[in-house]
Design a protein around this ligand. Structure first.
Ligand code: PMP
Length: 282
C-alpha cells in the first residue's frame, strides 16, 4: 500500500509519525472517507469541502488547496490500483510537546492518507441489518468530523456486543444518528430524519439520498423523532459513505414493521445504485 504523508507518497515501511502528534495525544484533527467506485472518486468535492469546513470549525488551516487534496486522493487511488474501496484522509494540528493549548508558534499540520480496496457491504445492503439503541453521550459539536471518536467507538462496541451492525443513538430519547451513519425512518410514505444541527454529522450520503427523494417525488421531513416513534416506523434505514443505503430491519431485536425490506427503501437503493459510477463492475 502506498500512503501519503507530509507531502510524499511512501510505502508503509517508510512511514514515520511523531509520538508528539496532536492527533495521537488529543484526537486534535479532522478526517474524511471518500468512496471509490470503478476506480473513480465518488462525491469527492463534497467530502473535501467538508474536510475544510471541519478544519475551520476547530481553528485549523489545512496547508493545501482543495484541488491539491483532490489530486492527492486521485493519486492514492491510481498508485494503489483501487477499483472499489475508499480513500482516507486525515489532518492533525501537528506535532508539538504535549500541552492542551494550540502550539505557539504554529506547527505544520500533519496530512496523511491512504486508499484501500473494500467491497460494497452487499450482505447488509441486500438483507438489512439490526441496530441497538444507545444513549448518545457525545459532545455538542457532532457536526465536526473530528478524530475524537471515543463516544462513537463505545456506542459501536455496545451495538457490536449485542450482535448489531450499528448503534441507534438518541439524546434523551430523541434519535440523532448512528455511530458512523445517519438514520432515517419512513412513515406513511414520508421520510423522516434529524435536521442538520450541531447534534449530527450532515452525511454526504444523507445529502445524496435527500436529493434522490426529491427526484423521486418522495416527501421528506427533516425533523427529529423519538426512539418510541422509531419502533412504529413502516421502514427504517441508515446511510453512510461505505454502507450506502442499508435497510434496518430490527431495533433492539424488535422487527421494524414486518421485518422485511420496505418498498421505499428499495426504491432509494435502486436510485442510489444507478447514480454511482460503474456500479455494475462490482
Ligand atoms: N454520522 C457519523 C457520526 C459518521 O461518522 C458518518 C460517517 N462518516 C456519517 C454520519 C455518515 O456520513 P457520510 O455519509 O458522509 O459518510
Amino acid at each position: 500500500t502506498v500512503y501519503f504523508i507530509d507531502g510524499q507518497f511512501t510505502e508503509r515501511d517508510g512511514l514515520a509519525i511523531s509520538i508528539d502528534d496532536r492527533g495521537y495525544y488529543f484526537g486534535d484533527g479532522v478526517y474524511e472517507v471518500i468512496k471509490v467506485y470503478g476506480g473513480e472518486l465518488y462525491t469527492a468535492e463534497e467530502h473535501i469541502d467538508r474536510l475544510f469546513q471541519s478544519a475551520t470549525k476547530i481553528k485549523m488551516t489545512i496547508p493545501y488547496a482543495e484541488v491539491q487534496l483532490m489530486e492527492i486522493a486521485r493519486e492514492l487511488v491510481a498508485k494503489n490500483n483501487i477499483l472499489v474501496g475508499h480513500v482516507y484522509i486525515q489532518v492533525t494540528r501537528g506535532s508539538a510537546p504535549r500541552m492542551h493549548q494550540f502550539p505557539d508558534p504554529t506547527v505544520p499540520p500533519v496530512v496523511t492518507g491512504y486508499a484501500i480496496n473494500n467491497p460494497r457491504p452487499m450482505m447488509g445492503i441486500e438483507n438489512g441489518v439490526g441496530v441497538k439503541s444507545v444513549a448518545d453521550v457525545r459532545w455538542l459539536r457532532c457536526d465536526i468530523k473530528s478524530l475524537n471518536l471515543l463516544g462513537n467507538v463505545l456506542a459501536k462496541q455496545e451495538a457490536h456486543e449485542a450482535g448489531c451492525i450499528e448503534a441507534l443513538l438518541h439524546r434523551d430519547g430523541v434519535v440523532t444518528e448512528g455511530s458512523a451513519s445517519n438514520m432515517f425512518g419512513v412513515k406513511g410514505g414520508t421520510v423522516y430524519t434529524h435536521p442538520v444541527t450541531n447534534l449530527i454529522l450532515n452525511g454526504i450520503t444523507r445529502q445524496v439520498v435527500l436529493g434522490l427523494c426529491e427526484e423521486q417525488g418522495i416527501p421528506v421531513v427533516e425533523k427529529s423523532f423519538t426512539i418510541d416513534e422509531a419502533f412504529e416506523m413502516d421502514e427504517f434505514f441508515l446511510t453512510s459513505t461505505t454502507s450506502e443505503v442499508t435497510p434496518v430491519i430490527s431495533i433492539d431485536g424488535r422487527p421494524v414493521s414486518s421485518g422485511i425490506l420496505g418498498p421505499l427503501t428499495m426504491k432509494l437503493q435502486k436510485a442510489f445504485s444507478s447514480q454511482i459510477p460503474s456500479f455494475i463492475a462490482d
